[in-house]
Design a protein around this ligand. Sequence first.
Ligand SMILES: [Zn+2]
Ligand SMILES: [Zn+2]
Ligand SMILES: [Zn+2]
Ligand SMILES: [Zn+2]
Ligand SMILES: [Zn+2]
Length: 284
Amino acid sequence: MGYEIERFLGYVNDGLLCCICRDVLEHPLQAPCEHAFCTTCIHGWLVHHNNCPEDRQVLAVTDLRALHRYMRNDLSRLQIQCKNYRSGCEMVCSLESVDKHERECEYGRMSCIHAGCPVQFERRHLDSHLAVCEHRSRECPNGCGYAILSAEDLHHNCIAELRTELELLRSEMICRVEETKQEMESRLDSQRRHMVQKESLLQAEIEELKSQMSRLLSDVRTLVASERQHRQDLEQANLEQRELIELLKGAKRDCRTKTSDASSSLPVTRLESLKRRTREVTII
Ligand SMILES: [Zn+2]
Ligand SMILES: [Zn+2]
Ligand SMILES: [Zn+2]
Ligand SMILES: [Zn+2]
Ligand SMILES: [Zn+2]
């Protein structure tokens, strides 16, 4: 439906009227035949017809286009009174801005903002209604904190209300404590698991070190034993060396006193065997 033509100040071109409702175009659309309509008017028409209501040319919803720009400009410049002019609003503005004004118009009707309140009034009376609205929430005059929405609420039992509130808080607290407890436990659990893991790792390291240590100890023992053997061999060799030197000295003395070869053959054999042994010890 269009805007009532009486609301406009000044002359309104016929081209800006809807071909169906004959009021001034509201949210206009244009057919290929150039006829223009309010969106709601032409959509309603095309539910039961398939032609232009003015010249009966074939027409479908998909043929409809936006109004020519020059017509849109003419429309938006028209001066119109607020729709609440009968209630006393004296606002006159361009068609372009009338919707915005009407959404906030002090003479526009509105429902009470309190849920359940059936009263309707002009926007300018909102404050005076709210002061007396039966549905406004007030707190209990005895201070229990209960919100009073109706006359029956005035006879509520403050202690019962407080007890309910208390129970609610208590169960909420229990829930929260339980949640915190579970969270702490799970955190402790994960820490414990971590510690156990670490402990077993350390244990394995200790075992490894122990086995390395025992290997080293047995190596050291072997070395000490071989070192002792070495020393014994060396002492033996020294002993034999001294013995050899004594023998050599004896042999030299014998040479000087005797000339016979047969008597010196035994000490020479003894000398050869000692030389061999000394070499073996040196190789070890
Ligand atoms: Zn119309
Ligand atoms: Zn037409
Ligand atoms: Zn108004
Ligand atoms: Zn109310
Ligand atoms: Zn109370």
